[in-house]
Design a protein around this ligand. Structure first.
Ligand SMILES: *[C@@H]1O[C@H](CO)[C@@H](O)[C@H](O)[C@H]1NC(C)=O
Ligand SMILES: *[C@@H]1O[C@H](CO)[C@@H](O)[C@H](O)[C@H]1NC(C)=O
Ligand SMILES: *[C@@H]1O[C@H](CO)[C@@H](O)[C@H](O)[C@H]1NC(C)=O
Ligand SMILES: *[C@@H]1O[C@H](CO)[C@@H](O)[C@H](O)[C@H]1NC(C)=O
Ligand SMILES: *[C@@H]1O[C@H](CO)[C@@H](O)[C@H](O)[C@H]1NC(C)=O
Ligand SMILES: *[C@@H]1O[C@H](CO)[C@@H](O)[C@H](O)[C@H]1NC(C)=O
Ligand SMILES: *[C@@H]1O[C@H](CO)[C@@H](O)[C@H](O)[C@H]1NC(C)=O
Length: 925
């Protein structure tokens, strides 16, 4: 009898082990999902060749991702699929993410059964050939956050039920044949006025009729882009538009809007781009005074009353582009227009401007084009240094003798902005391959970025005005991309990579059919079927940035550098560190380029101690003998002068022992550099991975967590104004020789807004893997986004794993370990850093804290102040335990590491969000 009672539990344990085994072995795909995928397979040609067998999840069908045997994500962009979407797609009832973009062979209606996929949070069908109506009941997809049906042939009206998508952040119906009016709610149906959480309303290039309803603009909306261009809208612009203070881009051009522009438009002080061109607007030329962030204005071809140049022409300091063609302007062009510091392009053709065009005194270094075709200008004065293109054809000055002057020709200068790269010796490629920027022969993936608005303006190329940019993306180290890579690139681009969007505004990507898919590798036999692997994508998206970066930014920066620093915004601050004329700059010193060049030995390779998206970091010794780290912005990372100045003012006011101190800065010869105190022991990331990692014992890790939490809490709660860091990661936590941790890198930081809601609306920035999914979805930045990133750092301290490795996000890895057993902390041992001791005191509390920081909802995460207190409690607990056992815990002085230890984390970043893992480039090198 004793035997049985003893055997009982043992058998139980064995049985449960077996059942776990069985459940893993039997993890075949849910049968409804198999049915659904087979329906797709039989409706389409060109499905991936590895779509064979009856277990799509288990055998890793390309483009298919599963969670717990359910298909949760289908990413099949750019695969040249041909066919229609079968009704049976509704069998995939756990689908959260559906991206079929850039399959021009996909035709027919969107089956109405699609509205039963109620878990769907993202639906991307950009650049297919779907037609017919958008299903009436699309509003049933209550989880939708991102809906893009851009560039298809959808017709009929916009279904009013879209208004019930209360979680929708991104609505893009651009470039279809939608007709009917803009739906507004009434007693019985919903309408777009109900989309109070939607940030992007992209409805341009359709055939929408009627007026812009005044109800579309509600004061509680979070709308940042309202894009209604190139429709058939009439009536006047409702003055309710002044209610939506969050607006950043207003694009109403190419309609038949009439009446005067509402006078409260200029209360929209966050607007940076305003397009009202090609309408029938009348009344006075609108007064835009006070729209201080406005950088792109196009009001061309309207019927405004004749007037002289309005005063705001010369007062909007952020203006880069001014397009006022055919707007009845008369009288002289004010000289000080050209001294606006950012001004690049001025188009004033077809007006009655007269007098002298004078660019002889003060003009913007950025200026590249002044087009005054068809005016009454009689004289032109410029200095010899002035190199921008000027066009004065059809003016009195170009009649008679003057007509031979170069400025009298209408020919546009021919600046190509797709870079050409020289391969020496000349590379000749066979069979339709093309030389890549690194001079290898490969099949590029080619497509066009269609910009929905445009903040880059100085490229006088016809296609630029249509906001098109063709790009070629090359595989790295291979001939061709496989299907997974191609669809990942499409997703990557269409989900708006941060860098590109920040520079140039939102866009969508339409590809050319890819000719030559590489075969899927057959080695993927493991169970990690997150579907998308990043290697090629990281490599190639770097090239995307390279192409765009080299093409556009280099051009701009070259001009900037060439014209040196005549208009250095710091000139008025004086260059003497004690100088009294910049009281807000506590202590930060202005360095000249020459000084920093000298102290880094002409920026020699040997002095490079780090590199990132921003540029390179050099070690140097300044005249006082202090060791410093000099962060030098590279082409493509330079900020506007005003932003840079703001950043310096901000950084110089920060003073906390757990925050890296700014010693000074340089703004000289077209360069921007930040000079920081040198922190000798490298980043936390390096320390966790490096040779000396064993020295980071549990107590030291807790202490690192406490220091960095304090630094961050200071930024959130005590700095004035408060700062959201926006890029917390183990690479931005530095350790000094006492192993004191310091928070570094405010390259992306931003003042917290005054808005009562406590968030800053801004374009998403940050590093994938650390990026708060809520912030990504909503684009609302709060200090809780930093808390999320900090939670990821805590998990790294615990596991010494990269935030994303082998396609899995660290949060998921830890969650799965916690879920896997009755005592949540037994399985956890498997994911802990093996260099840590076992039986760590306070481990559970630490894990609990980390997991609370990465909760989905920001509101449920602790504040940094609370994190500090909790880490203090844990340290207390550990110390009292140590006291009981042996000597008191001490944190001994650190150790030396030389230079940069190669990080195992680089190039492995994927984007992780609630829909699964998607590949995403993080930092373009
Ligand atoms: C959608 O919004 C509701 C509140 O309106 C929220 O409870 C729910 O969690 C949201 N769903 C997603 C997927 O964000
Ligand atoms: C609107 O589009 C639908 C579907 O394309 C079409 O049948 C209808 O005639 C269009 N209506 C108008 C007024 O153009
Ligand atoms: C509400 O609008 C819909 C069309 O959007 C229309 O069919 C319906 O009759 C309207 N109801 C009322 C009460 O006005
Ligand atoms: C707008 O156009 C519609 C036809 O599409 C017409 O019926 C209506 O009268 C127009 N409204 C105004 C204010 O011009
Ligand atoms: C310029 O135009 C204004 C308004 O049409 C007129 O009053 C003025 O005399 C003109 N000046 C010259 C120099 O032609
Ligand atoms: C402008 O040019 C005309 C001749 O083209 C000349 O008579 C006049 O003096 C010039 N005015 C100025 C201000 O330079
Ligand atoms: C696709 O290519 C990438 C690298 O180019 C590779 O990492 C990945 O495993 C490939 N995917 C498949 C399914 O073969």
């Amino acid at each position: 009898m004793m035997v049985y009672t003893e055997m009982g539990p043992r058998i139980m344990v064995l049985l449960s082990l077996i059942s776990i085994q069985i459940s893993i072995v039997a993890a075949s795909t849910n049968s409804a999902d198999v049915l659904g995928l087979n329906a797709l397979k039989s409706s389409w040609t060109n499905t991936p060749p590895n779509w064979v067998g009856s277990d799509p999840c288990g055998s890793s069908w390309e483009g298919v991702s599963c969670t717990n045997s359910r298909v949760t994500s289908l990413v099949l962009g750019g695969m040249n699929l041909v066919g229609s979407l079968p009704r049976d797609i509704s069998s995939l009832s756990a689908l959260q993410y559906l991206d079929l973009s850039n399959n021009k062979g996909l035709t027919g209606n969107l089956p109405s059964s699609i509205v039963t996929l109620t878990d769907l949070s993202t639906l991307i069908l950009i650049g297919c050939s779907f037609s017919g109506p958008i299903p009436d009941l699309i509003g049933s997809l209550q989880q939708l956050v991102y809906l893009s049906l851009n560039s298809n042939n959808f017709g009929g009206p916009i279904p009013p039920s879209i208004g019930s998508l209360s979680n929708l952040s991104w609505l893009d119906l651009t470039a279809n044949q939608l007709n009917g009016t803009i739906p507004i709610s009434n007693g019985t149906t919903s309408g777009l006025d109900k989309l109070v959480n939607t940030r992007h309303f992209h409805l341009g290039q359709n055939q929408l009729v009627g007026g812009i309803p005044s109800q579309l603009f509600q004061p509680n909306m979070k709308m940042i882009h309202v894009i209604l261009d190139n429709n058939l809208l009439n009536g006047s612009i409702p003055n309710t538009i002044g209610n939506v203070q969050t607006l950043e881009v207003v694009r109403l051009n190419g309609n038949s809007l009439n009446g005067p522009v509402p006078s409260n438009l200029n209360s929209l002080t966050n607007v940076s781009e305003l397009y009202l061109a090609n309408n029938k607007l009348n009344g006075a030329v609108p007064d835009l005074t006070g729209m201080d962030l406005l950088n792109y204005v196009d009001m061309s071809n309207n019927s405004f009353n004749a007037s002289t140049v309005p005063p705001w022409f010369t007062s909007l300091q952020s203006l880069t582009t001014l397009m006022m063609e055919g707007t009845q302007l008369q009288g002289p062009i004010p000289v000080n227009l050209f001294s606006l510091p950012q001004l690049q392009t001025v188009i004033l053709s077809n007006n009655q401007l007269n007098g002298t065009l004078n660019v002889s005194t003060n003009y913007s270094n950025e200026l590249t084009l002044v087009d005054c075709t068809n005016n009454e200008i009689a004289n032109y004065t410029k200095t010899t240094g002035f190199t921008a293109d000027v066009i004065l054809a059809d003016n009195p000055i170009c009649r008679g003798n003057g007509s031979s002057q170069s400025y009298c020709s209408t020919q546009e200068s021919n600046s190509s902005f797709i870079p050409s790269y020289n391969c020496t010796p000349n590379v000749v490629c066979s069979s339709n391959k093309v030389p890549s920027p690194s001079c290898d022969c490969a099949y590029p993936y080619i497509g066009t970025l269609h910009f929905i608005s445009s903040s880059f303006s100085n490229l006088q190329n016809a296609s630029f005005y249509k906001f098109l940019l063709t790009i070629q993306i090359f595989p790295k180290g291979q001939d061709a991309f496989n299907r997974t890579a191609v669809s990942s690139i499409g997703t990557l681009l269409n989900l708006q990579p941060f860098q590109i969007k920040d520079y140039f505004g939102p866009f969508f990507f339409i590809d050319e059919n890819y000719c030559c898919f590489a075969a899927a590798s057959s080695t993927t036999n493991n169970s990690s079927n997150t579907g998308i692997i990043a290697g090629a994508v990281v490599g190639s998206s770097v090239l995307v940035f390279l192409l765009i970066g080299v093409g556009i930014y280099a051009y701009r920066l070259k001009k900037r550098a060439e014209r040196a620093s005549e208009q250095n915004p710091f000139a008025s601050w004086g260059s003497n560190e004690e100088g009294g004329d910049f009281p807000r700059l506590k202590g930060a010193k202005l360095f000249s380029f020459e000084e920093l060049k000298k102290c880094t030995d002409n920026f020699s390779e040997a002095n490079i101690i780090g590199a990132g998206g921003y540029g390179k970091v050099y070690k140097g010794t300044i005249a006082s003998g202090q060791l410093v780290a000099i962060k030098r912005a590279q082409q493509g990372s330079l900020q506007g002068a005003h932003e840079f100045k703001t950043e310096i003012e901000l950084l110089s006011r920060i003073n906390h022992k757990n925050v890296v101190e700014l010693v000074g800065f340089c703004y000289d010869q077209g360069e921007q550099m930040l000079v920081y105190e040198y922190i000798p022991n490298g980043t936390l990331n390096e320390n966790l991975a490096g040779k000396e990692k064993k020295k980071l014992d549990w107590m030291r890790r807790l202490s690192v967590a406490l220091d960095s939490a304090r630094g961050l809490a200071y930024l959130h709660e005590l700095a004035n104004p408060p700062i959201i860091h926006r890029d917390i990661k183990s690479n931005n936590i530095l350790l000094d020789d006492q192993l004191t941790a310091k928070v570094a890198d405010f390259g992306l930081s931003k003042l917290r807004g005054d808005s009562e809601k406590g968030y800053v609306t801004t374009q998403v920035k940050g590093t994938l893997g650390y990026l708060d999914p809520e912030y990504y979805m909503t684009q609302q930045l709060t200090d809780k986004s930093d808390v999320y990133s900090f939670g990821v750092v805590l998990l790294e301290l615990l596991t010494a794993r990269a935030p994303i490795a082998r396609g899995k996000h660290i949060v998921r890895v830890v969650n799965e370990a916690l879920d896997g057993s009755e005592d949540p902390y037994t399985n956890l041992q498997e994911v802990l850093d093996p260099n840590l001791d076992t039986n760590l005191v306070g481990l559970e509390k630490f894990v609990e804290l980390a997991m609370s920081c990465v909760r989905d909802s920001g509101a449920e995460r602790p504040t940094m102040g609370e994190v500090v207190r909790e880490v203090e409690n844990i340290i207390q607990l550990v110390s009292s335990n140590l006291n009981k056992i042996k000597s008191p815990a001490t944190i001994s002085p650190g150790y030396e590491t030389e230079g940069i230890i190669p990080s195992p984390y680089s190039g492995e970043d994927l984007f992780h969000n609630s829909m699964g893992s998607l590949p995403f480039n993080v930092e373009s090198q």
